[in-house]
Design a protein around this ligand. Structure first.
Ligand code: NAD
Length: 495
C-alpha cells in the first residue's frame, strides 16, 4: 500500500455523465464537497436538475431498448463488466484516496472495505450474463410453455455516502449483468468516486446511455428520478426515512419496483462460554470500523452477566487506545465522521444516553486534539447500563457509539436482540454451536454471524428483515431484483 499522504488526488471532471457525454447541468447547479478531516471544500461537483434527469432517463431507455446495449451478446457484456472490474482494481489506490478525501474514512479502509470489494462484486457479476436462464414448464395440455427471465429496464441506483464505491457496485454489477441500463445517483456528500466510476466505464468502452452518473441532492435530483415514469426500478441503499419517500413516489407515479437496503441496530450476543478475546476484538471493529458509519454496525452488545465486567473492561481499554486522526496516515485506525451534521447527530445521541440514565464508560465527545480541531473527529464511545427502551438502544446512530446491555438468560437476550424495528444483522458468540444455530433461527435478521462478525462474500446474500429493507444485494439472489419473468404459451398442433 502506498503512502497516501504523498499521493496527488486525481479528481474527476466536474460534469454529469449522460448518454456517454460529459455535460454541465442544465441549470448550472453545484454541490460543494468537503473533506471531513480538514473542513475544507475541495471540489465543486455538478448537481443534476430535473431536466438532466429527464435527459439521462431517455438516454438509458434508448440504450436499453434500441441501442447497442440491447443487441450486445451476453458474452460481450460479460467482458465489458470484467474490464470495468479490472480497471477499478488497477486504480484502487487512486479511487481509495478520493474516497478517503470525500468521506473521511481511512485510506486503508477505503481500499480494503470499499474499492476492492466493489471491484470484486463487478468481477463476480461479470460471470452472470450468459448464465441467467429461463425455464420450460411441464404444464397440462398441448402447450410448449416457457419462462423468459428479462431485464427489468431502466434502473435508478440511489446510494449513500458510507461505502460510495462498493455500494454503487452492488447495484451496477447485477443491473449490468442482466442487461439493464443504469442511472447512478451518489450521495451529495460523496459524489466523486461515482463520477470516477462513470469515467472508467466510458474508458473501458460501455456504450452511451448504459451508465449515466447524476450527482446531486436528494431533492431535486433523487426525487426527480423517483418520480420519473421512464424509470422502471429503484435500487436504493440509505435511510428508512428516504425509503418511505421513495415508496410514496413510486405509489404516486408508475409503481416502479423497489429494493431497499436500509439501516440497522445490529446486536452482538455474547454468552459466558465465548472466546472473550476474539469477541472483544470483533465488537471493537464492529462498532468503530469505518467510524461506525456502517449499516450493519454492531451497535448493541448484549453480554451475559457472568462476562459483562470483563468484557467491558477489555473493550473500553481497547477503545481508549484507538488511534483517531488523519485518514491518510497508515497508523490511523479511525478517521473523521462524514459531516458536521452527522457529528451533531452523534452528540445528540450521547446526550440522550446520558439523560436517560446510561453510564458513559469512555468517549462521548469530539476529538479536537491538535490538527483534529478542524475536522469531524469523535472519540470512540461506549455506554454501559443501557436499557432496551433507551433511544441509544433503539435508534441507528451511525457513529462510533456502542450500547452495552446485560442479560442473564437466553430468553431475555433474544427479546432484546429482536426488540427494535430493525433486522439487518446479528452475531452470536458461544462455543456451544448447537445453541448458536438454534438461536440463529429465532433472531430476526437477514444475516447472522456465529463467532465472527462483518463477514461478506459475493456469494452470500445481504439484506434486512423488518425495517432494514426489502430484497437482497450480492449473490445470485441479487439478480432477481433486476429481472422479471415472462411466461410464453404456444399451442402445439397434434402430430
Ligand atoms: P439517505 O437516505 O439520507 O441518502 C441516501 C441517498 O438517497 C443519497 O443519495 C441521497 O441523496 C438520496 N436521497 C435523499 N433524499 C431523497 C429523496 N427524497 N428522493 C430520492 N433520493 C433521496 O441516507 P444516508 O444518510 O446517505 O446513508 C445512511 C443510511 O444508509 C443509514 O441509515 C444506513 O444504515 C443506510 N445504509 C444501509 C446499507 C445496507 O446495505 N443496508 C448500507 C449502507 C448504508
Amino acid at each position: 500500500m502506498s503512502d497516501a499522504r504523498s499521493m496527488a488526488p486525481r479528481l474527476p471532471e466536474p460534469k454529469l455523465l449522460i448518454d456517454g457525454e460529459s455535460v454541465a447541468p442544465a441549470d448550472g447547479g453545484t454541490v460543494p464537497v468537503t473533506n471531513p478531516a480538514t473542513g475544507e471544500i475541495f471540489f465543486q461537483a455538478p448537481a443534476a436538475g430535473p431536466a438532466d434527469v429527464d435527459k439521462a432517463v431517455h438516454a438509458a431507455r434508448r440504450a436499453f431498448e434500441s441501442g447497442p446495449w440491447s443487441r450486445m451478446n451476453p458474452s460481450a457484456r460479460a467482458k465489458l463488466i470484467r474490464k470495468l472490474a479490472d480497471a477499478l482494481w488497477e486504480r484502487r489506490e487512486e479511487f481509495a484516496l478520493v474516497a478517503s478525501l470525500e468521506n473521511g474514512k481511512t485510506f486503508r479502509e477505503a481500499i480494503r472495505g470499499d474499492v476492492a470489494p466493489g471491484s470484486a462484486t463487478l468481477a463476480y457479476a461479470s460471470e452472470w450474463p450468459n448464465k441467467v436462464t429461463g425455464e420450460v414448464l411441464p404444464v397440462d395440455g398441448n402447450f410448449h410453455t416457457y419462462v423468459l427471465r428479462e431485464p427489468v429496464g431502466v434502473v435508478a441506483a440511489i446510494v449513500p455516502w458510507n461505502y460510495a464505491t462498493c455500494l454503487a457496485c452492488w447495484k451496477l454489477g447485477p443491473a449490468l449483468a442482466t442487461g439493464c441500463a443504469v442511472i447512478l445517483k451518489p450521495s451529495e456528500l460523496t459524489p466523486l468516486t461515482a463520477m470516477k466510476l462513470g469515467e472508467l466505464a466510458r474508458e473501458v468502452g460501455f456504450p452511451p446511455g448504459v451508465l449515466n452518473v447524476l450527482p446531486g441532492y436528494g431533492a431535486p435530483t433523487g426525487e426527480a428520478l423517483a418520480r420519473h415514469a421512464g424509470v422502471d426500478k429503484i435500487a436504493f441503499t440509505g435511510s428508512v426515512r428516504t425509503a418511505r419517500r421513495l415508496l410514496h413516489a413510486s405509489a404516486d407515479t408508475n409503481l416502479k419496483k423497489l429494493t431497499l437496503e436500509l439501516g440497522g441496530k445490529s446486536p452482538q450476543v455474547i454468552f459466558p462460554d465465548a472466546d472473550l478475546a476474539r469477541a472483544v476484538e470483533a465488537c471493537f471493529w464492529g462498532i468503530f470500523g469505518n467510524k461506525g458509519e456502517v449499516c450493519n454496525a454492531g451497535s448493541r452488545v448484549l453480554v451475559h452477566g457472568k462476562s459483562h465486567d470483563a468484557f467491558v473492561e477489555k473493550l473500553v481499554a481497547r477503545a481508549r487506545q484507538m488511534v483517531v486522526g488523519d485518514p491518510l496516515d497508515a497508523r490511523t485506525e479511525m478517521g473523521a465522521q462524514v459531516s458536521q451534521h452527522q457529528l451533531e447527530t452523534i452528540l445528540r445521541y450521547v446526550e440522550s444516553g446520558k439523560s436517560e440514565g446510561a453510564t458513559l464508560a469512555c468517549g462521548g465527545e469530539r476529538d479536537r486534539e491538535g490538527a483534529k480541531a478542524k475536522g469531524n473527529f469523535f472519540k470512540p464511545t461506549v455506554f454501559t447500563d443501557v436499557q432496551p427502551h433507551m433511544r441509544i438502544a433503539q435508534e441507528e446512530i451511525f457513529g462510533p457509539v456502542l450500547s452495552v446491555m446485560r442479560f442473564d438468560d437466553e430468553a431475555a437476550a433474544l427479546r432484546m436482540a429482536n426488540g427494535t424495528s430493525y433486522g439487518l444483522a446479528a452475531s452470536i458468540w458461544t462455543r456451544d454451536v448447537a445453541r448458536a444455530h438454534a438461536l440463529a433461527r429465532k433472531v430476526q435478521a437477514g444475516v447472522v454471524w456465529i463467532n465472527c462478525f462483518n463477514e461478506f462474500d459475493d456469494a452470500a446474500p445481504f439484506g434486512g428483515y423488518k425495517e432494514s429493507g426489502w430484497g437482497r444485494d450480492l449473490s445470485a439472489h441479487a439478480l432477481e431484483n433486476y429481472t422479471q419473468l415472462k411466461t410464453v404459451w404456444t399451442h402445439l398442433p397434434e402430430v
